[in-house]
Design a protein around this ligand. Structure first.
Ligand SMILES: *Cc1c(COP(=O)(O)O)cnc(C)c1O
Length: 484
């Protein structure tokens, strides 16, 4: 029997030239699975073309998440693309140990020390797990004391990332937020202590506030602490080694860090480390053995890709402490240059701190707050994504812009951004209607003492015109902004 494959005319045509084929002018279903198969080249081209319309991730200065890695690592990641994380225990363990050591976990000390922790999809999952451990531990203690254990709460600053609100809502924990003030953009320890009560499972302190990169003072607490070091965990150890924020402080029970931020790996990896076994209630850990050896697991999901873990291990091995230190120092230097350039314009007040994450957060000095949104929009025309956002309670009236300086945001790009900002400032001045008009107010003849008033209507008209250019974002409260 002869098996012959007869190619349809359509397929031959599509493969020889996609843009000459019918697929280019026929509509394709987007929200329903198509009935028919299309050639792989065509599918590739269609999706590739649509992806071109997304913003360029390298120009996205809104995000901490890594957008560049070495080609050798890209290659390793592709090689590991068909590996499942659950089949892998060696690499996550090695990374957990290295991070635990870096964070001064007592158990990681010495030649044969080990750390207790897991790889997660990011800091959000890490925070869910750490929060659950605190909740369980608190409940166990309350049960043992014969006290009610149904109203747990957690104390944070209003500057926490949205994942803490998620944790609170998903796992029925009341979130007690310390409000911010114009002088203090992070959790005020004095106010936080007032919120702590017998139902408080922990205080969450942030090493690297999402809003302005500031480090919260972890030393000031007298309750069990979780440190959200999503961005700062891979910054402080390299450039502020003397800053005590980690397991050197006895009350710090767990720490999360995003591998995909200054851990220098593409999106999809985070870590959580516990101080000791006592801080991770055993009933949360499952033991599976059907993949070979006994494997303890404490994660929200089971299967996931392994390439991010391979990439994290690559970075640790390749860069070492020295490499990370140089990268972070460069980021800090570039952030400093950007900050100076912005200050020189005379238009901005800088709200990020010298010590913190390499980012520059800034606000317009005197202007209407919608100017920040206008500047953000103007920069978008050049391809830059620089977010403008309103601050949380109690400083909602402030709008700030934030530029995160990542490894791949080099000096040339800093200079380019600065020149685009300066250009935008000039353009904004020209487009925002500054209506100046002279009103000559004269008393009517023979009425020298009459009140001299400007007709109200003309004032209203000016305001309305102004609004046309500033019909911007409505603030509805809550963490609606995707700052990450
Ligand atoms: C980014 C960030 C998070 C969330 O981390 P993901 O890794 O994106 O899940 C939580 N907290 C802080 C302080 C962050 O900066």
């Amino acid at each position: 029997m002869v098996l012959s494959i007869i190619q349809s005319a359509d397929e031959t045509e599509a493969i020889s030239s996609i843009f000459a084929s019918r697929y280019v002018h026929e509509p394709l279903p987007r929200y329903k699975m198509p009935k028919k198969t299309i050639p792989k080249e065509v599918a590739y081209q269609i999706i590739h073309d649509e992806l071109m319309l997304d913003g360029n991730p390298r120009l996205n200065l809104a995000s901490f998440v890594t957008t560049w890695m070495e080609p050798e690592c890209d290659k390793l990641m592709s090689e590991a693309i068909n590996k499942n994380y659950v089949d892998m225990d060696e690499y996550p363990n090695r990374c957990v140990n290295m991070i635990g050591q870096m964070f001064h976990a007592p158990s990681a000390k010495g030649k044969h020390g080990t750390s207790l922790g897991v790889a997660t999809v990011g800091s959000s999952e890490a925070i869910m797990l750490a929060g659950l451990a605190f909740k369980k531990k608190w409940q166990n203690k309350r049960k043992a004391e014969g006290k009610p254990y149904d109203r747990p709460n957690i104390v944070t600053g209003a500057n926490v990332q949205v994942c803490w609100e998620k944790f609170a809502r998903y796992f029925d924990v009341e979130l007690k937020e310390v409000k911010l003030t114009e002088r203090c953009f992070v959790m005020d320890p004095v106010k936080a202590v007032e919120l702590v009560d017998e139902n408080t499972i922990c205080v969450a302190a942030i090493l690297g506030s999402t809003l302005n990169g500031e480090f919260e003072d972890v030393k000031l607490w007298n309750t069990p602490i979780h440190v959200d070091a999503a961005s700062g965990g891979f910054v402080a150890p390299f450039v502020y080694p003397d800053l005590e924020w980690d397991f050197r402080l006895p009350l710090v029970k767990s720490i999360n860090v995003s591998g995909h931020k200054y851990g220098l790996v593409y999106a999809g990896v985070g870590w959580v480390i516990w101080r000791s076994k006592d801080d991770l209630p055993e009933e949360l850990v499952f033991h599976i053995n059907y993949l070979g050896a006994d494997q303890p697991t404490f994660t929200l999901n089971f299967s996931k890709g392994a390439s991010q873990i391979v990439a994290q291990y690559y970075q640790f091995l390749r860069m070492g402490f020295e490499g990370y230190k140089h990268v972070i120092e460069n980021c800090i230097e570039n952030a400093r240059t950007l900050r100076k350039g912005l200050e020189k314009t005379g238009r901005f007040e800088i709200v990020s701190k010298d010590q913190g994450i390499p980012l520059v957060a800034f606000a317009f000095k005197h202007d209407d707050k919608s100017l920040a949104f206008d500047l953000s929009k103007a920069l978008r025309h050049h391809g830059w994504i620089v977010p403008a956002y309103t601050m949380p309670a109690d400083i909602e009236h402030m709008t700030i812009l934030r530029v995160v300086v990542r490894e791949d945001f080099g000096r040339q790009m800093v200079d380019k951004l600065l020149s685009h900002i300066k250009q935008a400032l000039v353009e904004l001045k020209e487009t925002v209607p500054r209506l100046t008009f002279t009103v000559e107010v004269k008393p009517s003849e023979g009425d020298a003492d009459a009140d001299m008033q400007i007709a109200e209507t003309s004032v209203h008209w000016t305001k309305d015109k102004h609004k046309m250019f500033h019909k911007e974002v409505k603030v509805t409260g809550g963490k609606t902004k995707g700052v990450c």
